[in-house]
Design a protein around this ligand. Structure first.
Ligand code: HEM
Length: 443
């Protein structure tokens, strides 16, 4: 790419000054951004195009979803060939297999799991309130989201030991080299965590397979007629429950040789990695914002629509998937800019969501913006991505977050006891550190 094709790119001296300062990437992106234009910068001889205008976002992720593809994911050594990193026909068939389980109707099968997991957090907070002890909200909501995803994957409630093994995935991801294909040696404690995770997954696969054989399950992955969800919490065997994700994968393995135990393991780890951290961080952000706006917290108590609006506005201000990198497969022209094959494009929902052309007073927390009254331009709001690679778990995530946040706000008042950490723009956008708060039963 020659400089003549990059009229709005940051000059190299600005990029060098940013690199020398050690500031986070988002600072460079803020400097590069020019409203309405494609901009970017060059680093190490490579051009990166910054995509923030809704029109361009729509072109790259929406209509151009097959031409601008995901780069190899940093977490690939952990998640293998699961749906997040798979491409082409393999991705299409993996997504097709699980899609129906994650639609609005599909997730009804997991209502009882979500309710049971939320009840646990409510009970924990009731205990904290009784003792007058603060709680760490970031940890509580993380346990909840690991619990819900584990129950829907395996039909088993989460125990503390399993939680420790599963939640280690974030340390594993953090320890992976940022540079894909970089040095493969991992610190010994990370190797140990990875081995424990693998063992946990393979044990779950073996157990579920044993159960299927004993129950004589149908080959399509459907639960045998009349079978209760085995291993579910007492009393949670719900009408409307159905096969777990693992059941569905094992069902596929009976007819499709692509579903080896390795791929099943990869898909489980993928759903875990993709499925718990974003929801946990979003819930934490919601409490950060509500703490700063106690009047909104009061209004949301007992009002399901207000809770939904709080979550939508939280996802606007703090989309945990704040940066969605893509690469051009072939030479492209985007809004007049020639994009040679292999160019990196950085779609940045965080900056798009703060576009004053779309969101008046964009930095302010105003849940009343939702539900939006006039349709937004395509590409303007994308906490779950858009296009073919949009989030599989959107409905599941919204439902679990609504149930937990609604349930907690109905019953408790919340007040943080320590300053809230600054945003950390890592793989996910999260608040730094724990979120200690005092919770009290409403009277
Ligand atoms: C608040 C919670 C969540 C947020 C903000 C979120 C956000 C996202 C985003 C932005 C993407 C697209 C990434 C890209 O285009 O590069 C994505 C993909 C994905 N998400 Fe989520 N997600 C959440 C929860 C979940 C949950 C609960 C699950 C699983 C049950 C899940 C499963 C997935 C999967 C499998 C993909 C990859 C889809 C594909 O490539 O076909 N996510 N998510």
């Amino acid at each position: 790419m020659t400089d003549g094709m990059l009229p709005d790119f940051l000059d190299d001296a600005t990029v060098a000054a940013w690199a020398a300062s050690g500031a986070p990437l988002v600072d460079l992106l803020r400097q590069a951004r020019t409203p309405g234009r494609l901009t970017g910068f060059r680093r190490g001889g490579r051009a990166a195009v910054l995509v923030t205008d809704p029109r361009h976002v729509h072109q790259v992720l929406g209509v151009g979803g097959d031409r601008y593809v995901k780069r190899s994911h940093r977490a690939r050594p952990l998640i293998g060939d699961g749906m997040l990193t798979a491409t082409g026909e393999a991705w299409r068939s993996q997504r097709r297999l699980l899609q129906a389980m994650f639609t609005g109707r599909g997730i009804q099968r997991w209502e009882h799991h979500i309710a049971a997991a939320a009840d646990r957090v409510v009970a924990r907070w009731a205990e904290r309130a009784r003792r007058g002890e603060p709680t760490d909200i970031a940890e509580d909501v993380q346990f909840f989201t690991v619990d819900t995803i584990w129950r829907s994957l395996t039909d088993h409630p989460l125990d503390q030991e399993t939680y420790v093994d599963l939640a280690a995935v974030q340390d594993i991801v953090a320890a992976l080299p940022a540079d894909v294909g970089g040095a493969a040696a991992l610190p010994p404690e990370v190797e140990t965590a990875l081995a424990a995770l693998d063992e946990r997954m393979h044990r779950a696969i073996a157990e579920a397979r044993g159960r299927r054989t004993a129950d004589g399950a149908a080959p399509d992955g459907a639960a045998p007629v009349g079978a209760a969800p085995v291993g579910a919490a007492p009393g949670s065997g719900a009408p409307g429950g159905g096969p777990s994700v693992l059941d569905r994968l094992l069902g596929a393995a009976e007819t499709d040789p692509a579903y080896t135990d390795r791929l099943i393991r990869d898909e489980l780890v993928t759903l875990l990695v993709a499925g718990y951290e974003s929801s946990a961080r979003t819930l934490t952000w919601a409490f950060v914002l509500l703490d700063q706006h106690p009047e909104v917290m009061e209004r949301a108590a007992g009002d399901a629509r207000a809770v939904e609006a709080v979550l939508s506005e939280t996802l606007r201000l703090y989309p945990t998937g704040w940066l969605l990198p893509r690469q051009a497969v072939a030479d492209e022209t985007l809004d007049g800019l020639r994009i040679p094959a292999g160019t990196d494009l950085l779609v940045c929902p965080y900056l798009t969501h703060r576009d004053p052309e779309v969101w008046p007073d964009p930095e302010a927390f105003v849940p009343e913006r939702f539900p939006v009254r006039t349709p937004l331009p395509p590409g303007a709001y994308l906490p779950f991505g858009i296009g073919p690679r949009a989030c599989l778990g959107t409905r599941f995530a919204m439902r679990e977050m609504e149930v937990l946040l609604g349930g907690l706000l109905d019953r408790f008042t919340v007040e943080t006891t320590e300053p809230v950490g600054e945003p950390v723009f890592g793989i996910n956008l999260r608040p730094a550190g724990p979120l200690y708060a005092r919770v009290r039963e409403r009277t």
